[in-house]
Design a protein around this ligand. Structure first.
Ligand SMILES: Nc1ncnc2c1ncn2[C@@H]1O[C@H](COP(=O)(O)OP(=O)(O)OP(=O)(O)O)[C@@H](O)[C@H]1O
Ligand SMILES: [Mg+2]
Length: 250
């Protein structure tokens, strides 16, 4: 359903993504974790066709990115880490714009927008996007993506900036979509979300996948039998060493 095959992305001499492969099944919520700069966003951008891989390939919904990029983009939903929106448009104008591009049925779309707006507490569609807070932009982005009923979802730290109610609703929606066989690729630094929600978790470090599996599998592989995801994360990324000593010296 979503497949990365030996993906590599280099920027000059940096191998930002260095031979990453995985498969996400229909209805699976796949958490993609890793330290800052590990290669999560770069991977997501290759998976969604906004960045061309140096080598390797991407398949989404049975289509090859290199051959059917437009068809893939039409079918998927992408929520980037920094919502890129048009400051001088009003929220409602942006929604109309997206609705036109994707040729959505106006009536159906209006009903959809109304329902999602109620769920996320969006009451600012008549305001210019330039006046939005980060969380408001994030909500508008989510609205513009979810209203299209994408057949695969890619989200880069989607809960950042969301209030507790909206984050809860988003998490519940993920579960609903997963139940409808939508595959979901999700990056997050909130390990609690990954631990609770994701069916499988992958951890990337310096461009390479260093762990992948269900929580039970990760615990077994790392020997952290009773460990939390934080314990596992710190172990496999090697970022947990000397923390106490460092803090003491600060
Ligand atoms: N356009 C670019 N040009 C040069 N280097 C880049 C570019 N985009 C990303 N990088 C580098 O690639 C590496 C991976 O970046 P990426 O944004 O994928 O990290 P990330 O895992 O999403 O991190 P974060 O958790 O901070 O969002 C970093 O070293 C980054 O500086
Ligand atoms: Mg990122």
């Amino acid at each position: 359903m979503i497949e990365a095959i030996n993906l590599v992305k280099t920027f000059g001499s940096l191998r930002a993504v260095d031979g990453v492969s995985f498969q996400i099944r229909p209805g699976e919520i796949y958490g993609f974790l890793g330290p800052n700069g590990a290669g999560k966003t770069t991977t997501l951008r290759m998976l969604t066709g906004t960045l061309f891989p140096t080598s390797g390939s991407v398949r989404v919904l049975g289509m090859e990115m290199s051959h059917q990029e437009i068809a893939i983009k039409r079918a998927i939903g992408v929520v980037p880490d920094e919502p890129r929106l048009y400051d001088n448009l009003k929220g409602a104008e942006y929604i109309d714009f997206v609705s036109d591009i994707y040729r959505l049925d106006k009536k159906v779309n209006q009903a959809e927008v109304k329902e999602l707006s109620q769920a996320f507490g969006i009451d600012f569609l008549d305001k210019a996007i330039g006046e939005y807070s980060h969380g408001m932009k994030q909500k508008l982005m989510l609205l513009s993506v979810l209203m299209r009923h994408p057949r695969a979802l890619f989200l880069d730290e989607p809960t950042v900036g969301l209030d507790a109610r909206s984050a809860r609703i988003l998490k519940m929606l993920f579960e609903k979509y997963a139940g409808e066989q939508v595959p979901i690729f999700l990056t997050t630094h909130i390990l609690e979300i990954a631990e609770k929600m994701c069916h499988r978790i992958a951890i990337i470090n310096q461009g390479k996948l260093v762990a992948e599996g269900t929580m039970a599998e990760l615990r077994q592989k790392t020997g952290e039998e009773k460990g939390t995801l934080e314990d596992i994360f710190l172990q496999v990324t090697g970022t947990g060493e000397n923390i106490e000593e460092l803090v003491r010296e600060l």
